[in-house]
Ligand binder design. Structure first.
Ligand code: GLC
Length: 835
């Protein structure tokens, strides 16, 4: 037992007591920095402010990104990693070297002001308070004049003034609502099955939020992995605060003004989702558990027989031998490799669950090698910590230790060789049964960059580091394929390794609505690859609820149905023929939209903007959207309005300003108003922004069943002038895109009176799909008389003839759509339709 761990244990108890008091600063005797006594520039952009009781670092990383750190007690600042309070050993931040940015400094008796091209940071001297202004001088964010940054024992907290018209968003996986005003949220990864809209905390911790006011947004990332909390005006109407029970008061301030600017910067700081394999964007079918092998094969066969597309089948805990990770139950799965390769021939990939708990069993290889390599968490006295999970007593790998992550990653060799391609990381809060804390003992020691810190500091990153070990291990074992990892618990930046799902939800209409809100909250917190258990994990949905949930699931990047054990079957065909037909069409829609979905996900991997975006995120100045989570944007161009209530055949939709098209009828609609959308049970209300060119493909039974052919671009004419949409394609699975083997186009449309031009423009990338048909559909195009391709007319034919010809165009009078067909591989042409 070392001294630091004793210290932490004693302080841990004090900290719990203090954190209970954190809402009452007066009673908790908070200290704050006092008056600035000296101000020094350590290097350009990096400044130190000393008071008699503390040191505050203010570092300008970019013109719109500033880091603030408080060191109570006048500490000198030792170099990393000696500082046990986390300095420069962030688990979240990946970008630490920023190019120099111009900062001008003014220093007077009241304040020091640091000004960049986008904002000013004002550090008031007496007492030390920080505020941020935009270049026009408006205050964007300010420390509370009375409290500001504080500490009490090992607790740290900052109070900020709260303008009455500011709204707060983000916070990762929060249920219930979009705007978090008037609420108190906690970050502490927790396994809470059948959670409710007010349950907090849940499985993931992303201590990052936005303030949006008068259409302008800033973000704050409080990079502290201890149990932290955010009081957004519950304690007081005029201030909000955030803090943690221990660790550094360190936060990043990000200025927009657009919410998208904040998110781009945040994901630059903490990293972005890598480009997923295309198959992981297909439909995924799970339950606890498909077992034995014959049942897995039966599920696969039924999908194909019923012509319902599906790419992935999951094996839950029962595939293992007594829940021992990295093993197979030989009776239920006697020949996994053969099963998986047979299923692969039929287009399926297999994903398996892995939990962190390694069964205590000296005849079990992972337990033995884990012990031998000192990979398990230990108590301060050096003994291996054990706790109950599915297998009974388990030891828990210390994923904060790089050598443990390597051991863990390498342990997937057998499963990878058997052909498994999806890695479902569960129970990694970590969840422990039958103990009051529901997790490992808070005193166990983690390596934590060699700093040997207690679980309290590492709890919230445990799941994230498990996914890191998994991702990196699979990356090494299967070097030519992009790994697909899915996790329940994670932290800020965990998107670098894994997609996320929202844990053990319930088959209810309320949970369907909650799933949308949670996915939106996660999306704007950096987790772009999100989904919820379609149909609900616990309980049995009606056919209608399942169908509606599946429709919403088309527009969650992870489209996975799952179910708890002991529930009735919930596959898409389990609700009678009428619903089977509806569900088939719903999943077909997902596959038809894959070219768009893949393009949106590729963009997310490069610039951090997620597929699912709350309306307020795209339209920050439209007050009507402040609290609205019942409709959302998917990428730049699709407005999705899922039906969230039983028996509905219509629903209200608020269309933002501009022109829109109803996806189902191709009818043009004026925005900036509320409409009532038709919502028969067979389909989800879906609207396309006027000016969009929507890429779609032929329906397939699984993503790589056939090359995309035809590739269709549906042109939704802009109101006037020009507009453009992105299109991205590659081989869908390898890393060759990183060497330029992709195909990217900015497809432009120009709308002139009596004429529309569609221009596929400059090719980017070297990926060459095989020869195929391109179809250009022009909505509202029935008046056109002539179509030219690169200046040459192409023949007008009947819609029937068009299907047999290589090139030509036709009008579908019932839909009012002009359809042109062109043989193509390189996508470089200009098409003009004229009246
Ligand atoms: C947890 C997971 C759930 C899984 C079950 C059995 O409850 O959240 O998805 O099916 O464990 O492994």
């Amino acid at each position: 037992m070392n001294i630091r761990s004793i210290h932490h244990r004693v302080c841990g108890i004090a900290a719990i007591a203090l954190s209970l008091l954190s809402l009452h600063p007066a009673t908790a005797q908070w200290d704050s920095p006092g008056t600035v006594e000296s101000f020094t520039q350590r290097q350009p952009g990096d400044y130190l402010f000393r008071t008699s009781s503390s040191t505050v670092e203010v570092t300008v990383l970019a013109r719109d990104l500033v880091r603030v750190r408080l060191h109570p007690g006048g500490v000198t600042l030792p170099p990393p990693p000696a500082d046990t309070r986390g300095r420069d050993t962030s688990w979240a931040v990946v970008k630490t070297a920023w190019p120099r940015t111009d900062v001008s400094v003014t220093d007077d008796s009241n304040a020091v002001t640091l000004t960049t091209a986008k904002l000013s940071v004002v550090i008031r001297r007496n007492p030390l308070r920080i505020l941020f202004r935009d270049r026009a001088g408006n205050v964007i964010n300010a420390d509370d004049p009375v409290k500001g940054m504080c500490w009490a024992g090992r607790n740290v907290r900052v109070w900020k003034t709260m303008p009455a018209d500011e709204r707060y968003y983000g916070f990762g996986e929060k249920a219930g609502r979009l705007a978090r005003n008037n609420s108190h949220v906690t970050m502490w990864n927790s396994d809470i099955p059948a959670y409710g809209p007010d349950t907090d905390p849940l499985y993931k911790s992303v201590p990052f939020f936005y303030g949006i006011r008068k259409g302008m947004a800033y973000g704050i990332f409080f990079d502290n992995t201890w149990r932290s909390s955010f009081d957004m005006g519950k304690e007081s109407r005029s201030e909000y605060s955030f803090g943690a029970e221990d660790g550094l008061l360190e936060y990043y301030f990000l200025y927009g003004p657009a919410p998208a600017d904040v998110l781009r910067r945040f994901t630059e700081l903490v990293g972005r989702m890598p480009l997923p394999p295309r198959w992981s964007l297909g439909y995924q079918q799970s339950r606890w558990s498909y077992s034995p092998e014959s049942r897995v094969r039966e599920i696969a066969r039924t999908f194909r027989e019923k012509q319902i597309p599906c790419d992935v089948i999951y094996l839950d805990i029962d595939y293992m031998d007594g829940y021992r990770i990295f093993t197979w139950n030989k009776e239920r799965f006697p020949a996994p490799q053969r099963m998986i390769s047979d299923l692969r021939k039929d287009g399926f990939r297999i994903a398996v669950i892995v939990d962190p708990g390694i069964k205590v069993d000296s005849s079990y290889a992972a337990y033995r090698t884990g012990l031998a390599g000192s990979h398990f968490l230990t108590s301060p006295d050096g003994s291996v910590f054990t706790g109950d999970v599915w297998p009974g007593l388990c030891a828990f790998p210390d994923f904060t230790d790089a050598s443990t992550r390597s051991w863990w990653g390498a342990s997937f060799a057998g499963l990878a060789e058997a052909g498994v391609r999806g890695w479902w990381n569960d129970m990694n809060e970590p969840s422990v049964f039958n103990v009051p804390t529901k997790t490992v003992d808070l005193r166990v020691i983690h390596d934590d960059h060699g700093m040997r810190s207690p679980h309290g500091k590492n709890h919230n990153i445990y799941g994230m580091q498990m996914t890191r070990g998994t991702y990196e291990g699979i990356r090494a074992l299967i070097p030519d394929e992009r790994p697909f990892v899915l996790t329940r618990a994670t932290y800020a930046g965990g998107q670098r390794y894994s997609a996320v799902w929202t844990g053990d939800n319930v088959a209810s209409w309320e949970h369907l609505a909650m799933a949308v809100t949670m996915c939106l909250n996660l999306s704007v917190s950096g987790h772009a690859f999100v989904g919820a258990d379609i149909g609900g994990f616990i309980g049995y949905p009606s056919g209608e609820l399942f169908a509606r949930w599946l429709q919403a699931g088309v527009f969650t990047p992870l489209m996975r149905a799952h179910s708890a054990i002991n529930e009735r079957n919930k596959e898409p065909w389990e609700y009678g023929t009428a619903f089977t037909d509806i569900n088939r069409e719903t999943i077909n829609l997902r596959y038809r939209l894959l070219p768009y979905i893949y393009t949106v996900m590729e963009t997310a991997s490069r610039d951090g903007l997620p597929a699912m975006r709350p309306m307020i995120f795209s339209h920050p100045d439209e007050e009507a959207f402040q609290e609205r989570a019942d409709q959302f944007m998917f990428g730049d161009d699709l407005l999705v309005a899922p039906v969230l209530s039983e028996g509905a055949t219509h629903r209200d939709v608020r269309l933002p300003a501009g022109g829109w098209y109803d996806f189902w009828t191709s009818k043009r609609l004026d925005g900036g108003r509320d409409i009532t959308a038709d919502a028969p049970v067979s389909r989800i209300p879906l609207f396309i922004r006027a000016g969009t060119i929507l890429p779609m493909q032929q329906p397939v039974q699984y993503t790589d069943q056939a090359p995309i052919d035809p590739l269709t671009f549906v042109v939704y004419p802009a109101t006037s002038g020009s507009d453009s949409s992105a299109y991205y394609e590659d081989d869908g699975i390898s890393f060759r895109y990183q060497a330029g083997e992709f195909l990217r186009r900015t497809v432009r449309q120009e709308v002139h009176p009596g004429q529309i031009v569609v221009d596929f423009g400059k090719p980017e990338g070297t990926y060459a799909p095989s020869q195929r048909s391109l179809i250009v559909e022009i909505v509202d195009g029935s008046n056109f008389q002539r179509v030219t391709l690169d200046g040459k007319s192409i023949p007008k034919v009947s819609p029937q003839e068009l299907s047999t010809l290589q090139q030509g165009w036709a009008i579908d009078p019932t839909r009012g759509v002009l359809t042109a067909k062109i043989p193509d591989a390189r996508m470089r042409f200009r098409l003009v339709a004229q009246e």
